[in-house]
Design a protein around this ligand. Sequence first.
Ligand code: ADP
Length: 468
Amino acid sequence: MVYKIFNTIAFRLALWFTGIFTICSGVAFVLFYFLATQTIQSQIDQELLDNASKFSAIIHRTGLMGARELAVVEAQAAGEKVIFFRLVYPTGEVFASSHMSYWKDVHVNKLALRDLIINKNSIFETIQIPSTRQKARILYSYVAADVILQTGIAMDFYFKFLSAFKKVFIGAMCFIIIFSAVAGWILIRKALSGVATITKTAQNITGSNLEARVTGTGDKDELDHLAITFNSMLDRIEELVKSIREMSDNIAHDLKSPITRVRGFAELALVHEESLEDYRIMASNTIEESDRLLDMINTMLVISRAEAGEGDFEFKKTNLSIMVKEACDLFAPLAEDKNIKFHQTIEEQIFIVADVKMLQRAFSNLLDNAIKYTPENRKVSVLAFKENHQVVIKIEDTGISIAPEFFEKIFERFYRAESSRTSAGTGLGLSLARTIVRQHKGDISVSSQQGRGSVFVMTLPYSNLEVI
Ligand code: ADP
């Protein structure tokens, strides 16, 4: 369970969220700390310099006596543990100071004095007050020609401030870490709740229940898009499963009739004693039915292989005009039997790259249908011509026509319109024809008008080849 939580995106994001939040707050606190210490220190330094200026002014006005008094009075006023003043000669000899019982161990730093004498610039230093844990900021500065002021301020309030700040900082950091972890976890869980819904829906979907759909957030955010995409994927899968089911029902149905008939012949041969001639007829019927079955299975295989891009197509330079003519010649007797007027308008010398046998199979299926679904004494026309880099083959009939809602359906495997069930057929012809034509980078479309018949248009890309 714990391992599962560690592995969730929500946990990892919450961890990142907390980490980033903590680092940012830490950086902000450190910056603030640095700025605060700098500001306080420069304020202390300024106060020390101001005091030096005061001494300078008083010496200028009243001489050293005034400075001696000022040292005592100023230290008393601010607190003798807070500030001290010492007036020294450049030799380091002290000639006046404030009350120094608290500061007695703080001596004059000879090195600082030397620096001051050489550079004439005020010298600051931070020292530890001996025998206390306090620190002090010390200033050495000239206040008259040969008079140096050593003054110092206890920095305890400064360190008190820093330790208070540290406490606040640690408390705040603890709060920030806990708050960002909890808030991050809640927010991320909320944001990812859509993903959980999608996962749950996906888990609920089985082969028999494809109706489940995810409810989008409606916010047009990423999860909403994911839900929409997921639902449209489910729509497609449902459609596909439905068509596979329909197809297998059709296959079962179409295989059942010939097998039942074959079984009937065999039963007849077993039960009754028939003449040799009858046995021959039954055997020939059995072969015919078996051939039909084989033909159907082979056609299915050709379609599936071609759709999967594994068909054995042999593309060659082909005279399409001749191919169309030959197929028409083959079907002419069939039309004649039904007294159908069979018109052919075929442009000469149309050359394309094609598998001539396959293309002939496709064209023959269309022509066969046109004659099959056209009643006697009517008309079927075939036109073949080049148009805008395409070769167009039109098969127009005056038959039973097709309702527009079935224009796409008739190209599905095994689909047969109710009106045509009386005619022989497998429902594979158009599917095979379209697959073959698509393998040639062409297509087949249909249009039909009630009572007027149908027009099947086969288009193929035209390759402008030299005449052989
Ligand atoms: P089959 O002809 O063996 O039934 P097809 O795949 O060739 O199978 O055709 C599928 C269905 O399309 C046919 O059953 C028929 O309903 C319809 N159809 C095809 N061609 C025509 C046509 N020329 N006129 C009317 N209906 C047609």
